[in-house]
Design a protein around this ligand. Structure first.
Ligand code: PEP
Ligand code: MN
Length: 257
């Protein structure tokens, strides 16, 4: 089990991470953060550096967004997770966020893993689109561990299959497999796994039922204006409903939320 600020991850209590894909401006971030907190989230997400597939898409506000993270984190007293895309960004993100995310596109980025390991910060390591659980994903954790970092959380965010109706295919079996092979906490990201708000609640519930230690969900209150991944964001009200249902599944699993 690891503890981020006052939030335990991997124990009996579940972690619910929520917020926008990317931080767009101060007002929007504060507004969404307050709404997800009220709905029951205990950690915030918010991208400052965005690893976009297209170089023409919004790449994040960088340092400006990191400063907003620190403000919202202090004001709402919630830990925040944010991604580092390159090794040079690790130290910077560590100064403002509580957990450093290594995204799916970077699970194989050895230099980034080594730097994240040296940082000593809690790291959320997402599975890559085609990452083998044992031979690649868990190997990647060894780079972090060899650099002296044991504060590792894994995240199943969907893998690429032949199916195109969903953005990716949520591989729920990854959850019990990781439990079988390691002691790392594992959470599920149904937003990137499905790419569709209509599918996010049921996959979040299924993740908890499969034994995940929590979920990470993208939430936006003006999804059509979002600069990144608005098409898959839950509204704050649907997110709040989903948390209520997650509580009931958590209870059935002898977990708390
Ligand atoms: C994200 O969490 O915003 C993200 C970019 O996710 P992934 O690396 O899983 O695509
Ligand atoms: Mn996203």
């Amino acid at each position: 089990m690891i503890t981020v600020k006052n939030v335990p991850i991997g124990g009996n209590a579940l972690v619910v991470i929520a917020g926008p894909c990317a931080i767009e401006n101060r007002d929007t971030y504060f507004r969404i953060a307050k709404k997800v907190k009220a709905a029951g989230a205990n950690m915030l997400r918010g991208g400052a550096f965005k690893p976009r597939t297209s170089p023409h898409d919004f790449q994040g506000l960088g340092l400006e967004a990191l400063k907003m993270i620190k403000e919202v984190r202090d004001e709402l007293d919630m830990p925040v997770i944010s991604e580092a895309v390159q090794p040079e960004q690790v130290e910077l993100v560590a100064q403002y966020a509580d957990v450093i995310q290594i995204g799916a596109r970077n699970m194989h980025n050895i230099a980034l893993l080594k730097e994240a390991g040296r940082s000593g910060m809690p790291i959320l390591l997402k599975r890559s689109f085609s990452g083998l659980i044992k031979e690649e994903w868990l190997r990647a954790t060894e780079y972090l561990q060899l650099a002296g970092n044991e504060q590792i959380i894994l995240c199943e965010r969907g893998i690429r299959t032949f199916e195109q109706y969903t953005r990716n295919t949520l591989d729920l079996s990854a959850v019990p497999i990781i439990k079988e092979l390691s002691n790392f906490p594992i959470i599920v990201d149904p937003s990137h796994a499905t790419g569709r708000p209509s599918l996010v609640p049921s996959m979040a519930l299924a993740g908890i039922a499969a034994g995940a230690d929590g979920v990470m969900i993208e939430v936006h209150d003006e999804p059509t204006c979002a600069k990144c991944d608005g098409h898959q964001a839950l509204s704050p009200s649907v997110f709040a409903e989903t948390v209520k249902h997650m509580r009931r599944i958590a209870q059935a699993m002898d977990r708390t939320l």
